[in-house]
Write a protein that binds this ligand. Sequence first.
Ligand SMILES: NC(=O)c1ccc[n+]([C@@H]2O[C@H](COP(=O)([O-])OP(=O)(O)OC[C@H]3O[C@@H](n4cnc5c(N)ncnc54)[C@H](O)[C@@H]3O)[C@@H](O)[C@H]2O)c1
Length: 267
Amino acid sequence: MTKLLEGKRGIIFGALNDKSIAWKVAEKAAEQGAKFTLTNAPIALRMGEINALAEKTGSAVITADATDMNDLKALFEKSQEELGGKLDFVLHSIGMSPNVRKGKHYTGLDHNFYAKTLDVSAASFHKVLQTAYEMDAINEWGSVLGLTYIAAQRVFPDYNDMADAKALLESIARSFGYHYGVKRKVRVNTISQSPTPTTAGTGVKGFDSFINYADSMSPLGNADASACADYCISMFSDLTRFVTMQNLFHDGGFSFTGVSEKVMEKF
Ligand SMILES: NC(=O)c1ccc[n+]([C@@H]2O[C@H](COP(=O)([O-])OP(=O)(O)OC[C@H]3O[C@@H](n4cnc5c(N)ncnc54)[C@H](O)[C@@H]3O)[C@@H](O)[C@H]2O)c1
């Protein structure tokens, strides 16, 4: 199918480099006819890689720290100006934990870092939604997506405080999805993605082992970033208009597999 997003306008958060899930979403959204702005935190933009994506997709790049309400307001204003009207989709593809970065154990977290993890990785989703809601910046049947991981439901010890952030993120999707649905028929969902070799993903301790474990456990194998982007496009399209407040597993069947033969053989 082509041009699933023809005539749609959006904002894509979180394209850091060509491994980022958001990068793949931007490429596919452009292929499907969407117009959008790209945004990331000032420090990520200084790395400069996003400019190549902006050129390829014909998009403007607008700086915003997703935890800063003033930045978000300016981002939504400028994006509507740049794109010529209200938006139809928003991708929140943001995650960061200073505790993971500094190797703090879950039982001995630095609580200033913990607050930062929750703010950047979860509360920022609420801030994005609240900004859009208050500005009435999203058209009816618009679609807002966050990206999450199954550590929100089950314990993956090295995922650390990001597990708590993902649980909060998924809860925000449900709660805001209710209110935004009632008020403006805007839908809000999270996609729970397989482990994926990106900058954020590989920062988690033991990533190489658990990406292989997940692959062996999943009947279809791990979903890669490009397949995740395809799913995001379908969720931004009009083909999924009545899906809201859901946490959608995009993981090759991992989430509902108790054990696989491949894993059994290893014991
Ligand atoms: N990689 C995986 O294994 C995996 C699995 C499931 C879910 N996810 C989720 O997918 C999303 C995207 O991550 P990714 O794997 O593409 O990695 P990534 O490192 O490419 O993307 C993370 C992005 O978050 C941005 N960011 C951090 N702090 C920010 C802030 N204050 N304001 C704005 N942006 C900020 C970074 O600059 C970066 O672009 C995250 O929510 C992540 O938790 C990843």
